[in-house]
Design a protein around this ligand. Structure first.
Ligand code: G6P
Length: 368
């Protein structure tokens, strides 16, 4: 067939490795690298400048990509964003002012709930935009504008390259929105575009930690539950890490906002509960250090995903450190997606589960 595993043991690993290429392909479509600008593939049927609200709906991993995008659109474009899982959105009868923008994210373009949410938004006078990989799909057909993901076919049920490529499309759109709304200068656009252009290299570096992650996964495989923590745009990556782990290892995992630790999950902490903390050294890193201290003080075992500076400033509260390359906070969610994928992958391989076809799950969920 056109798509085979090549020398890889699983499609999931092949697709994890394809990410630098997939993202540079996406970047070449959305970025004018010579001029340091975002270039949108076609003329927009809406105007970011006059929008009051962006509504994003999606399912599964694509929903977490939407949550990351909320941080980007709100911070860089000052555009209020609502994100919901499509299965909730479609039934809760959300009021919508005509002329708003509704954005749907779907690898397959066939997810039943996402399609139903799209149709609801269309009936309610929204402009319909979608970010899809399958260009012939129903969601693509029913959209006013499609932003293709361009990562090539994804076979593994657990999404990897489609997720990071979706994120790079969303990041490009957030920059474009910020420019059109007057919150990003030409010079800032140049810098942000440059960060996206450097992503393939950063992702290649992040993939370099796989041996370390393989070792850590042996310990993780013994856990009954795993807690993932993150703040800001890394909070959705913590949830994504937890989703990946439960999908392919069947270990129960939960993603939590670091600041919510004290409002519930701290009750679970003991020496049997590994805590994966996704925390590059940003402005809020000190707060995360104190969260980790609370975990360590209760015997919790911490696996920290951070950059060099973060690794230097944590004390001995941490059990294991996975280093990601230094980068601006804007692109950190895309970079930190890599170690959480690898952690789930190697844990599943060590446990001997069916990595590409986990039980009870389907790649594309076309029924409710
Ligand atoms: C299924 C898949 C997930 C995927 C979700 C949404 O649950 O197992 O990997 O994230 O559907 O799929 P979509 O094709 O809409 O992105």
């Amino acid at each position: 067939s056109m798509v085979d595993k090549g020398n890889h043991r699983h499609f999931m690993l092949k697709e994890i490795y394809e990410q630098p290429d997939a993202i540079s392909h996406t970047a070449s479509h959305y970025l004018d690298l010579a001029n340091g600008k975002v270039k949108l593939p076609s003329k927009l049927p809406f105007d970011f400048k006059s929008l009051n609200r962006l509504t994003i709906s999606a399912c599964g991993t694509a929903y977490y990509a939407g949550l990351v995008a909320k941080y980007w659109f709100e911070k860089y474009a000052r555009l209020p964003v609502e994100v919901d899982v499509a299965s909730e959105f479609r039934y809760r009868e959300p009021p919508m002012d005509a002329g708003g923008l509704a954005l749907f994210i779907s690898q397959s373009g066939e997810t039943a709930d996402t399609l139903a949410a799209l149709r609801y938004c269309k009936e309610n006078g929204q402009h319909i935009a979608s970010i899809v990989n399958a260009q012939e799909s129903t969601i693509a057909r029913e959209s006013d504008i499609v932003f293709p993901i361009l990562c090539g076919p994804e076979i593994s049920v657990a999404s990897t390259k489609a997720t990071t490529a979706q994120l790079s499309v969303l990041a490009s759109l957030a920059i474009a929105a910020g420019r059109q709304r007057g919150h990003i200068s030409e010079a800032q656009e140049f810098e942000l575009v440059d960060m996206l252009a450097k992503l393939p290299g950063a992702i290649t570096k992040a993939l370099g930690s796989e041996e370390k992650i393989d070792q850590i996964s042996h310990k993780l495989s013994k856990a009954k539950d795993v807690l993932y923590l993150g703040r800001g745009s890394l909070f959705p990556i913590a949830m994504e890490g937890a989703l990946k782990l439960k999908e392919i290892t069947y270990i129960h995992a939960e993603g939590y906002a670091s600041g919510e630790l004290k409002h519930g999950p701290i009750a679970l902490i003991d020496e049997t509960l590994p805590v994966v903390v996704v925390a590059p050294s940003d402005d809020l890193f000190d707060k995360t250090i104190s969260n980790m201290h609370e975990v360590a003080a209760r015997g919790g075992k911490i696996i920290l995903i951070t950059d060099e500076a973060g690794a230097k400033s944590v004390g001995d509260d941490v059990d294991e450190i996975i280093i990601v390359p230094d980068a601006h906070e804007f692109v950190m969610p895309i970079i930190c997606a890599i170690p959480v994928q690898l952690l789930a992958y190697y844990t599943a391989v060590f446990m001997g589960t069916d990595v590409d076809q986990p039980r009870n799950l389907a790649k594309s969920v076309t029924v409710e």
